[in-house]
Design a protein around this ligand. Structure first.
Ligand code: ADP
Ligand code: MG
Length: 421
């Protein structure tokens, strides 16, 4: 996806041969912000604004377990929140001024007028939080000035949705500072509106819903057509499993044009099949649908991905509901193959993660997020986590690729308040 903001310098820590194969992921032990991170964001707020914040809110990044590139076709997705989260320390301001500062980007405070926000303001990274305030005001909500200071343990630009974490942390803070009484679903919609309408990234609703609504130990089944959702048990730790996140630390820039192209192909396919969106093509009628698209093999492949991927979401839900967590492994890998061969959004590094992990005995693996770089997920037996991480690292070394960053992720809670004065 495009990035109209300032990019954080990438963390240079690597999980190569000398360190532990599995990186604990930053703060605390599992990437989750703990008391030390809350104290740090409060102290940072004080340093920047010379006062204590009224409160601190957290919103996590996410990985998508299954249901990739289905949301533009109004389909099914199943993300889970990472322990890694963005913290917003915040206070309201009575003069209508919006002041924004992030510990993660160089540069000082960005100052804007809350009543004069416009999408073309060129605010860089600050467009994400400013866009949230803009979206709230556009929706007629009575929200004025504020000052916010952000810290984050979500890797930026790794396909783990640091942008949604930033938006949802902002929206959660403004919601309570201004007593708006918004539901988490509404917060997600406003955050998506900010990213679409203010930042200018045409993303779906998945990332924001995951960041706002997830619960610990669960994945979030979400129907992106009507936002119906359900928390599906995915307690990997209790099952003796680990979910590894592998950040390839590459981002191939062909991304944006390719996303527009895929969207157009899905729309063309839906038109040719006489449905509103591809989610309306039942799996049972897939072959008949593909026959109708025989004159356009590329559209045929895109349609096959979307229809089979929606089916895979249903399969994963059924397996998780039955407590058969291990059995989702092959479904994840099948999803990767479909993204690689039919939707064509994978890349050599993501394929290498999946192939090396599966060859080393993973239960299953797939790219997660938009593709063309970013991150993959690998489901493993707990005892196999280290050897499989080592095997992935070795495969990257053999391919002369930069070592990926590998960390375990327990399904964590969505946005929440951590402190209120
Ligand atoms: P992803 O959401 O996959 O991490 P994006 O390109 O969508 O990648 O969003 C990353 C952008 O979001 C960054 O380049 C930056 O502009 C903004 N961003 C994310 N987290 C922070 C943060 N903690 N502080 C400042 N900006 C951030
Ligand atoms: Mg993003």
């Amino acid at each position: 996806m495009s990035d109209s903001g300032t990019r954080r310098p990438e963390p240079q820590r690597d999980s190569g041969a000398r360190g532990p194969a599995v990186d604990s992921g930053g703060a605390a032990t599992d990437g989750a912000p703990g008391p030390a991170e809350v104290s740090a964001v409060v102290a940072g707020f004080d340093e920047v604004y010379g006062a204590e914040p009224a409160g601190v809110w957290a919103a996590p990044g996410r990985v998508n377990l299954i249901g990739e590139h289905t949301d533009i076709s109004e389909g099914l997705v199943m993300p889970l929140a990472l322990p890694h989260a963005t913290l917003a320390a915040a206070s309201p301001r009575e003069d209508g001024v919006l002041r924004l500062h992030s510990a993660d980007v160089p540069g000082g405070v960005v100052e804007l007028r809350s009543d004069a926000l416009a999408p073309e303001s060129g605010a860089g990274w600050a467009a994400y939080p400013a866009g949230v305030l803009w979206a709230m005001r556009e929706a007629g909500l009575a929200v004025g000035g504020a000052e916010l200071h952000f810290t984050s343990t979500v890797p930026t630009g790794a396909g783990l949705s640091s942008s949604a974490a930033l938006e949802v942390a902002t929206a959660s803070a403004l919601n309570e500072l201004y007593g708006l009484g918004l539901t988490t679903e509404r917060i997600a919609q406003l955050a998506q509106r900010a990213e679409n309408g203010f930042v200018g990234v045409p993303c779906g609703i998945m990332d924001q819903m995951a960041s706002a609504c997830c619960t610990a130990g669960h994945a979030l089944y979400l129907d992106t057509r009507d936002l119906t959702h359900r928390h599906v048990p995915f307690d990997v730790a209790a099952q003796g499993l680990r979910l590894l996140v592998v950040d390839t630390r590459v981002k191939h820039e062909l991304g944006d044009g390719a996303y527009a192209n895929r969207r157009a192909a899905c729309e063309r396919g839906a038109r040719a099949l006489g449905v509103r969106a591809l989610r309306d093509v039942p799996y049972a009628l897939l072959n008949a649908a593909l026959d109708k698209l025989a004159d356009n093999p590329a559209v045929q492949r895109r349609v096959r991905h979307v229809v089979t991927e929606n089916r895979r979401v249903e399969e994963v839900i059924a397996l998780l509901d039955a407590g058969d967590t291990r059995a989702i492994g092959p479904v994840l890998t099948a999803g990767h193959v479909s993204l690689r061969d039919d939707y064509e959004v994978s890349c050599a590094e993501l394929d290498l993660v999946v192939e090396s992990a599966n060859a080393a005995g993973a239960l299953g693996a797939r790219m997660t997020g938009g593709g063309f770089g970013g991150s993959a997920i690998v489901l493993v037996e707990e005892a196999a986590a280290d050897p499989i991480a080592t095997a992935i690292n070795e495969a990257f070394a053999m391919a002369h690729a930069r070592p990926p960053r590998i960390f375990p992720a327990l399904p964590a809670a969505g946005s929440r308040r951590l402190l209120l004065r």
